[in-house]
Design a protein around this ligand. Structure first.
Ligand code: RB5
Length: 144
């Protein structure tokens, strides 16, 4: 299951992404907002709790820049959130970082690039191998 959320800065882009997911028949859970002004850390927490609680395996978070919401998401144990801006970053954060949350900026990224990133993020498997060790080292930082 995919879980998605945004603040007011990401709402317009979220609507474009949801339309794309609906067209493709991809199931998702939308944790808000619905266009009203909200504090992005609260949305990051709601979305990431779904992943940590194993109700979802991947998430998408959108704020104005993608940065604030990614910083908040990365405070949560078990979350590897990546701000992506193009197909390359979306692909390699799955291949090398096993990222479970794709973040983007509604005031930065257009709808065409956004849906391309979403498709790549959902379809690309973690490469494993030497990257397993590095991802394990990231996880170990959560305990320090
Ligand atoms: C909200 O105005 C804006 O600060 C937020 O969407 C985000 O860009 C923060 O990083």
């Amino acid at each position: 299951m995919l879980v998605i959320g945004c603040d007011h800065g990401g709402y317009a882009l979220k609507k474009e992404i949801l339309a794309h997911l609906d067209e493709k028949g991809v199931e998702y859970k939308d944790m808000g907002c619905d266009g009203e002004s909200v504090d992005y850390p609260l949305i990051a927490e709601k979305v990431c709790n779904e992943i940590v609680g194993k109700n979802a395996d991947k998430g998408i978070l959108i704020c104005g820049t993608g940065i604030g919401i990614s910083i908040a998401a990365n405070k949560i144990k078990g979350i590897r959130a990546a701000v992506c801006t193009d197909a390359y970053t979306a692909k390699y954060t799955r291949l090398h970082n096993d990222s479970n949350v794709l973040c983007m900026g509604g005031r930065v990224t257009g709808g065409g690039v956004a849906v391309e990133m979403v498709d790549i993020f959902l379809e690309t498997e973690f490469e494993g191998g030497r990257h397993e060790r590095r991802v394990a080292q990231i996880t170990a930082l959560e305990e320090k």
